[in-house]
Design a protein around this ligand. Sequence first.
Ligand code: NAD
Length: 421
Amino acid sequence: MIEDMNPFKISQNELDLAAEIMNLDKKAHAILREPKRTIIVTIPVKMRDGSVQTFTGFRVLYNDARGPGKGGIRYHPLENVDTVKALSAWMTWKTSLANIPFGGAKGGIICDPKKLNDFELENLSRGYIRALGRTIGPKIDIPAPDVYTNPQIMAWMMDEYSELVGYDEPGVITGKPLEIGGSEGRFDSTAMGGMYVLREAAKMLKMDLKDSKIAIQGFGNAGKFAFEIATSLSGAKVVAVSDSAGGVYNPDGIDYKKLVEAKEKGGGVQSYEGAEKISNEQLLTVDADVIIPAAIENQITSQNADKIKAKVVLELANGPVTPDADRILFERGILDLPDFLVNSGGVVVSYFEWVQDIGGYYWTQDDVYKKLDTIITRSFNDVMAMQKKYESDGKRISPRTAAYIVAVDRVAKAMKARGWY
Ligand code: NAD
């Protein structure tokens, strides 16, 4: 089953499917099946107790035909090169779909950051940058935070890179603190982008968001902001929400402030009073117009896709819907909006951060949101236009396939223009 495959094979498989439907040039297809460059480094780190430990790190530049590589750095005990390769391929499609001038890249270090103190974490982060040296840079490959990395780590990395090249270079890394070249609007950019997609989808479906019910799986960075933005901007009602310990459901709506208070007291979302307790599986099939998976991958599968009642699935998490479930939702006429469209707000604001760092001129939060809206709305329209184009040729394709075709076609055209094939 595809769900058991190694992530890099899954990413190749997805490309192969899109390539077949769009009749992609064979030479372009062959180039796009493999990363351009895979770097594996050993990082010696001075530990607090005086010992030295070595760590393995990766940086994969998948494709840079449309511009320098862009993608986060993950710190994880189970990190491996195939996951990083797959994620770098997905970043290539994400930046291309957003039509921002970047290629795709990704990095990672095999480590358990919870077992490292700040001294060791800083040494590890600086060591990674020294090991990568000039293989990264604002015109080469620009990292960002991802799983278990944060603005402080980006700040150490940017500082180390600046030491290495001999001048201040904030454009080498995004997701930095505001004080050293970070961007306004970065924290909720992913959820904000997702809400722009939802607004456009509702317009297309002639669905009044004000009267709609939303269920959100996950109450972390993505899910929490999505809750706040959805209710404040659209007036929609969030009727169900969950975290890793389970969820709550109230058809009359859940109060955001009270939920945050309950969470801050140390309980999970289930410590919220005034709602029925439900499991994470139940959350996905409650009576709601929109389901927002905002937690982890493989949540909507062939096992539960036929039980979803919502009209729209907004994939704010990465990979929450398996390929089999994607087909079922499509057959059932449910609008499943793919992750690399819905959650692209983060990388778009990363792009804005890079532009601001290079220009040395910084924007207001309002500027950031307006420009984000323009780009996300354009991406949504590009996907829907591609779907319609195929439909008018008698071929029904899902929004995910349409998004793939838009993205892959742009990268292929850039490679062609450069004379790579
Ligand atoms: P996070 O760690 O801040 O939050 C994750 C949330 O999911 C937590 O509330 C956790 O309790 C919950 N959770 C974990 N396991 C669960 C389960 N089995 N069922 C239900 N809930 C569960 O992470 P995040 O930054 O919010 O990211 C969530 C998803 O969004 C990930 O797939 C991530 O890749 C994707 N994403 C996030 C961003 C971003 O900017 N934060 C950008 C792009 C994509």
